[in-house]
Design a binder for this molecule. Structure first.
Ligand SMILES: *Cc1c(COP(=O)(O)O)cnc(C)c1O
Length: 438
């Protein structure tokens, strides 16, 4: 054997410490601690305490055999991705540190980052679907996700069946039976069960445990259950613990948390990630190094920010609940339905900070309320440090037909609010004066 081949067997020293420290005094460290250093060794970057931003399109191999070995990882001849860095469409140091840290929050073996939440979701679905296949999904989904399934995947012979978020085991069994028959008729398989919980903007929760039980009973185990956890993750819901196989995020929201970047991710066992990574390698769509670096900064405070936002939301909702101009609230802290409460108790550790408020009246009253807000900003999106308010029926869900909107409970008097980390009494004062203007 030549020296070159021997060298290739020893992976190049990388950003990672040789033996990453994840326990202290026999105690597993918590994610909030690991966010400050996991997966990065300053000694490999001139002692820089924080990871530098690696702006490069390509990486030098230490020898030709190492280059070959790394390409075996890229092309999938060696599972689990490349051991070395090759080219920035495939990976980079900032993205790898980010992926290692994202995986920690969900208790996942592996994670992949993307240039947006929608890139993550589209590549995930494309990686698992072939012509004739059926996707089973909960409803409502984020409008662009629903559109990708109904309008884009349909062009390639993929069909779908959806079910309402709160469906019980019997209903789920029936939906999967129907999907199986549809797939057989089309010469395909049920390729994926895709969930979003809570749904936007109704906050209806999906029973992931029941979905898993139904999948195990009715379908092959190679049909993954994926779930968009953007609204409650990573702090208030860990769907992999409830039986989901793949969790996906718009990191633009709570994880990024400052309304200053767009990114996405998927996480799960390596076997589920490998096809997704392979397609990302082909198509591109990985987050850029600067965005990955910003997300590393965001992850250091994600628990702090989400906790504060959650506490603020509870106080604001307590105020709104008793207000005469408020007809009702869609807030996970005040669930009225017994079945939804049962799902919440089994799946969630917090009610989040994004909710719906139903104002007495209709569009005109909502617009007066929105135009009168002084602290809260009038914008779509959620999960940032600042409080945002919007009117789904005339904004995010404007393109949804009226009948479908009614079915989903997206009424003209619904205002969507994402609470930030401001002083809670200032927020309550703002909502009080805006309601006075209605
Ligand atoms: C925002 C959002 C997305 C899309 O994410 P982008 O980062 O905007 O591409 C997907 N799902 C949910 C639930 C979202 O809120």
């Amino acid at each position: 054997m030549t020296d070159a081949v021997d060298a290739a067997e020893t992976p190049t020293p990388r950003r990672k410490p040789k033996a990453p420290v994840t326990t202290i005094n026999g105690r597993e460290m918590k994610p909030s601690t690991l966010m400050m250093g996991y997966g990065y060794d300053p000694a490999l970057s001139e002692g820089s305490l924080k990871a530098p931003i690696f702006l490069t399109s390509t990486f030098a191999f230490e020898n030709a055999a190492a280059g070959k070995r790394h390409f075996e990882g890229i092309t999938g001849q060696r599972p689990g991705g490349a051991e070395g860095l090759v080219y920035s469409r495939f990976n980079g140091p900032n993205q790898e540190i980010l992926e290692d840290r994202l995986a920690i929050w969900d208790g996942a073996e592996d994670a992949l980052c993307f240039s947006s939440g929608m890139t993550a979701i589209c590549i995930l679905m494309l990686a698992y679907c072939s012509a004739g296949d059926v996707i089973v999904h909960s409803g409502p989904l984020y409008a662009a996700s629903e559109g990708f399934v109904a309008k884009v995947l349909s062009k390639f012979g993929v069909t779908y069946i959806d079910f309402p978020a709160g469906a019980n085991r019997e209903e789920l069994d029936a939906v999967l039976e129907k999907a199986k028959a549809q797939a057989e008729a089309n010469g395909g398989k049920v390729a994926m069960i895709y969930l979003e919980s809570p749904g936007n903007p109704t906050n209806a929760l999906v029973d992931v445990e029941a979905v898993k039980a139904a999948r195990d009973a009715k379908l092959d185990m190679d049909c993954p259950i994926a779930i968009d956890n953007t609204f409650l993750g990573p702090l208030w819901q860990r769907p992999l613990d409830n039986g989901a196989d793949i969790v996906c995020y718009s990191l633009t929201k709570y994880v990024g948390g400052h309304s200053d970047l767009v990114a996405g991710s998927v996480a799960g066992a390596k076997k589920w990630m490998d096809p997704v990574r392979a397609l990302r390698n082909t198509m591109g769509g990985i987050a850029d190094p600067n965005t990955a670096w910003m997300l590393l900064r965001s992850l250091e405070t994600v628990e702090l920010r989400m906790q504060r936002a959650g506490e603020n939301a509870e106080k604001v909702c307590e105020f709104l609940r008793g207000h005469p101009k408020v007809e009702g609230l869609g807030y996970l802290g005040f669930i009225k339905d017994e079945r939804q409460q049962d799902i919440y108790d089994r799946h969630c550790t917090g009610a989040g900070s994004t909710f719906s408020v139903f104002i007495q009246g209709g569009e005109a009253e909502c617009f007066r309320f929105l135009d009168a807000l002084k602290v809260a900003k009038l914008a779509v999106s959620l999960g940032g440090t600042e409080t945002l308010a919007s009117h789904p029926a005339s904004m995010t869900h404007l393109s949804v037909p009226h009948a479908r909107r009614d079915q989903l409970g997206i009424t003209d008097n619904l205002v969507r609010i994402s609470i930030g980390i401001e002083d809670p009494d200032d927020l309550i004062a703002d909502f009080a004066q805006a309601l006075d203007a209605v």
